[in-house]
Design a protein around this ligand. Sequence first.
Ligand code: FAD
Length: 839
Amino acid sequence: MAEVIFALVTILALFALAMNRASLRTWALAAAIFTLSAQMGLAHGQLHWPVFPLWSLFGWLAAGLLFAASFPEIKRNYISLPAYRALKGAMPTISETEREALEAGTVGWDAELFSGTPDWAKLRRVAPITLTPEERAFLDGPTTELCRKLNDWHIRHELHDIPDDIWRFVCDHGFLGMLISKKHGGLGFSAQAQSLILGKISSRSPDGVTIVMVPNSLGPGELIEKYGTDAQKEHFLPRLARGEEIPCFALTGPFSGSDAASMRDVGVVTRGQHDGKDTIGISLTWDKRYITLAPKATLLGLAFRLFDPDNHLGRGEDVGITLALIPTNHPGVEIGRRHLPAGAAFPNGPTRGHDVFVPLDWIIGGQERAGQGWRMLMGCLAAGRSISLPATSAAAAKIMLRASTAYARIRKQFNLPIGFMEGVEEPLARLVENAYVIEAARAVTASMVSAGEKPAVISALLKYVSTERMRQSVNDALDIHGGRGICDGPSNYIQGAYQMVPVGITVEGANILTRTLITFAQGALRSHPYLFTEIEALQDNDRERGTALFARTFDDHVSFTMSNAAGSLFHNVTFGLFASSPPNAGATQRWWRELARAARSFALVADLTVALLGGGLKVKQKITGRMADALAELYLLSSVLKRYDDDGRPPEDLKLVDYCAKNCLYRFDQALLGTLRNFPQAWAAWLMAPLVFPFGARHRPASDKEGKEIVRAALEPGAFRDRLTRDIFISNDPADRGGLLDYTLAKVVACEEADRKLERAIRKGEVKRFHDHDWIAEAEAKGVLNADEARALAELRALVARVIAVDDFAAEELAARQASSTPRPQEQPSPKPEHIAAE
Ligand SMILES: Cc1cc2nc3c(=O)[nH]c(=O)nc-3n(C[C@H](O)[C@H](O)[C@H](O)COP(=O)(O)OP(=O)(O)OC[C@H]3O[C@@H](n4cnc5c(N)ncnc54)[C@H](O)[C@@H]3O)c2cc1C
């Protein structure tokens, strides 16, 4: 018995020391106390296990070594320096462009999750959705009006372009200057307001929103607002805000897509003629493609590599990536041709120029900013990526849910609304979950940006997760609608979103790259509490400074790792019962604790993944992809719990929160399990697995029964369904394709009892239901239905026929449109032999 108590106390004390990151002297003292106690126990004949004599022998040695290691000189010479030598060359290196990307953004909640001990107060401090009265009025007023004016079919098919009246409306109402400060003539809206406005527009027309989205991100209003010279701000910003300039931003080229920094577009500082005067300027040659709004743009933001062979700028020959503003009517600018991205209709196309001479003051920010282009781009990207695509993805998930729940309740097969069939319930449950989760993450991230954060890792994570889930929602909506969703026409409300899915997946960092490289491989460098500093120290050419910095950080890193190892095992063995949760967590306390528990496991595996993969981190993308997924699930769960609190904890939402939490934790487990099963160093996986999964991966996804409950709630018109689809364009007008769905849904619910009577009569053969026969009149005549019921069902019959109808076209109509809209692609120059050799 004494042995058991002694062993237990020792183990608990070791856990407490490790978890609380005790100093080496405290460890030494603890080792001494336990050794002394073991010796006393042995002397009094109370400890008999063979381990105790062994411990009494080596305990003093351990205590002595720990005590010695607590002296800085000894620690430096015998621990830190050998580690420094061993790790130099083994850790990932950071290129200049990567450094600029890493230094550009901020860290926030991602760093808390990486720490393994998230500080809940930091998440709670993020404001719930907050709009100024002016922003709210804009969302409810001009944004709603714009939505009413947008005709998706007209844009996508008839015009294959954005109509002039829409351009005029967005320019006149200041939509293009939402991020431009009031001082410069813009609306100066918060990130949250911009996000909600973009989402609402995209819920009406995914094509239409692009003309508002681009000017309000990189393109290049934000760059001018942040980095422009006073003259550039005064000249361009009011013009951009009023829509007198249509901007675009050109970074991507045929040979530099994801690896944009490898661009071949070049500018050479040289003498030339501008406005009839001899001046020093830049001779530019570029070839860019996929540029949104380029065919309509009047102002081209251009990224290129600047060289200064004669050192006019005094900065050496290779100045670096530089950004310039070029009016598209400037001689030599080739722009105007269009790509057809996935059949979508928003303007997008290439631009080229050869030896185009521009003055130096066209560089964004002037000469001083020459060479700082990459840093400037990254500075804007972190915030921008948190807004546009999460906003449009959340809106797509919400509108797909709203349409699919209505359709699934209206559309009957086998005498049953299809939404009540278990097979259809599955995609419906995913739709409900995705709409709630993406909106939760969108809202919390937009609030962070509104508060001044530029979340580098979270923005990447949210970009790929929100667009992937949006893709899932659109596909699920299509499956639920069957042929109704596939056949295109003015009444189809899914195809617009479907066409835009690959665009969201690809732009602002294609998803595969964003998941496998940016979120974790680079994200770990940013969010890990010590890694970036350690790598900086290892790469420092001043060896003295480097080793000193390394020694300091390495110490903390070791205690961090031990703390997470002990913390993981402790919380996983105790199923998170003792994990932290925020005060007054209420009914979701269990999930906060589970989140804390999972964060500990994540921190441990992330830490060892980075330490052990070292320089191989960027190529082991199946591992980093899974780690990105694990981090994403933690972020989503944090967002869900926060949303529930911010929404005022509506009791009806609790089931959905439970549902989401179970699935997040299940997917988190699977991501970590996949990492460990495929970990390149099997011994390390063996070491981590018992700490992270002492009883195996125990989390189960939410059950079928729970899925049914949330779907049944979402199939009912009312507050729950409205909350799930908040802040998108909703109409109650049956003349509107979306309004027709909601209007009919209300009638379906109202007529349910009468419909049941009618169905019974039809099944019994009392009433016949065929074309050219009024079965409702027959049911009324036979007393199955009363007059009111018959009238309501007759109205419903007509409405349902409209809801399920698909468009058809005369052959001549299609032939005419085909002839007028078939574009002639420009012949691509075939590559010259030296190009081929260079590839
Ligand atoms: C409709 C549309 C609008 C656009 N608008 C603009 C715009 O306004 N301005 C602008 O400058 N650009 C724009 N782009 C360009 C867009 O940002 C690029 O398409 C994107 O960066 C990917 O480049 P890429 O298409 O050349 O693909 P590639 O770089 O060839 O990538 C192909 C695949 O390989 C993956 N991949 C590449 N490298 C890695 C890696 N290291 N690790 C793992 N996977 C990797 C990618 O994820 C992708 O799946 C637009 C593109 C489209 C399609």
